[in-house]
Design a protein around this ligand. Structure first.
Ligand code: ZN
Length: 254
């Protein structure tokens, strides 16, 4: 479940991301009643098998079985904010009713991995790169989109309006651009292909991790024409409590 709002006295209108139908809005009758089984199961970040029935043009949830454990409701705010960040990205990038099995498995894999407490922020970067690829915003990372020449191993520029990298000579003609070091470009290329084990082993220096995050964030914001609220929240929590959350989460922030 990506999110939900109250509907009438005790129902909820929830936004779900599904394997077969992509993003779906559905009613959960009685979800707000204290003993509602459906309401208890269909929670943000939960992974369930659902039965949906159509009634008066609306999808109604009539059955629910939890598949995986709920995203751990630990006292680790940063960890939790990462999960909500993924949900918001999916919600923003996906139109209703468009199935995307590759994106569904990326989401499930990423959430499961975060549940294990592994990978930290690097898992989010991998998700962002793959999300752009899968939803049709794949940035060009090998040649300059201005002059079509292969990029030199120097600082280059990531331009969301051009759709990828530009060399130093071509960058001023495009706006906005984000300067990216050789290592940041290498990591962007690696994240496109890397499995989770590789991501776990990746050791990013703080400067590199910050540049990577900033470059991807500005790219995504340009594509969506808005900022990601839970990304801002996540950033604030990290500043206040450090990368591992306030009360001791997994010890692998970057
Ligand atoms: Zn160029």
């Amino acid at each position: 479940m990506l999110g939900g709002t109250r509907l009438g006295e005790a129902d909820r209108l929830v936004t779900l991301y599904t394997q077969r139908r992509g993003k779906v809005r559905a009613v959960v009758r009685g979800a707000l009643r204290p003993r509602s089984r459906l309401g208890g199961h269909i929670q943000p970040l939960s992974h369930c098998q659902l039965m949906l029935t159509e009634s008066k043009g609306l999808d109604v949830v009539t059955g629910c079985q939890i598949i995986g454990p709920l995203f751990p409701m630990r006292e680790d705010l940063v960890h939790h904010a990462r999960g909500f960040y993924l949900m918001e990205l999916i919600d923003c990038f996906c139109p209703e009713g468009l199935e995307n099995p590759a994106l569904f498995s990326l989401l499930v894999d990423t959430l499961e991995h975060l549940c294990l407490g592994e990978g930290g922020e690097r898992v989010l970067r991998r998700f962002e790169v793959r999300l752009l690829d899968i939803t049709g915003f794949r940035p060009e990372l090998h040649c300059c989109l201005g002059c079509q020449q292969a990029l030199e191993p120097v600082t280059n520029y990531l331009s969301p309006s051009a759709g990828g990298l530009l060399c130093r000579a071509c960058a001023p003609e495009q706006s906005p651009v984000h300067s990216v070091s050789v290592n940041t470009v290498k990591v962007l290329r690696l994240l496109r292909e890397a499995d989770m084990e590789t991501v776990n082993r990746l050791n990013l220096a703080p400067d590199l991790a910050a540049e990577l995050e900033a470059a991807l964030r500005s790219y995504i914001q340009y594509v969506l024409e808005r900022s990601i609220k839970s990304g801002v929240w996540l950033e604030r929590l990290r500043r206040e409590f450090g990368p591992n959350g306030a009360l001791g989460g997994p010890q692998n922030g970057r």
